[in-house]
Ligand binder design. Sequence first.
Ligand code: HEC
Length: 136
Amino acid sequence: MLRLVDRALALVSWVAAALVLVLLFAGPSLIGAKKNGTVLYGSPGPSSSSAPQSGGGSASTGSAVFTSAGCANCHTLRAAHATGSIGPNLDQLRPSEAAVRAIVESGAGTMPSFAGKLSPAQITAVARYVSSVAGR
Ligand code: HEC
């Protein structure tokens, strides 16, 4: 009788061991595959997305940067339909291109620096855009 129980338990533990093995091998490789996928998607992402914009500098690119970089969350700029009120109202301030570039590169107070987030071309584009449309 005890031997029968023993065998039954042995069978159960083999099945359990087999399941653990399947999970050990299949599980992490599935998760790993997903992780690799995101890493592969993530690494060319920023470089490929900045590549087409690096040739730009037009107002449309500048307005796209203004919206996507989050400037609109903090600043009011009528031309960009931005109504943020954390930073100064850019329509009233009417900053020069150089002033926009300087603060976007360095940040100030609550405003973060965008030096590592935007390419130099994107900073030029957004600076030209803001200085050209502010107050209009
Ligand atoms: C988290 C909120 C926030 C974001 C995002 C933000 N700003 Fe600002 N911005 C501020 C604040 C706050 C100030 C005032 C900083 C100070 O002088 O203390 C400011 C100041 C400025 C000024 C005024 C510079 C001057 O001459 O006084 C300009 C221009 C400006 N931001 C442009 C931008 C642009 C362009 C972007 C997007 C790339 C941006 N900001 C993103 C909050 C923000």
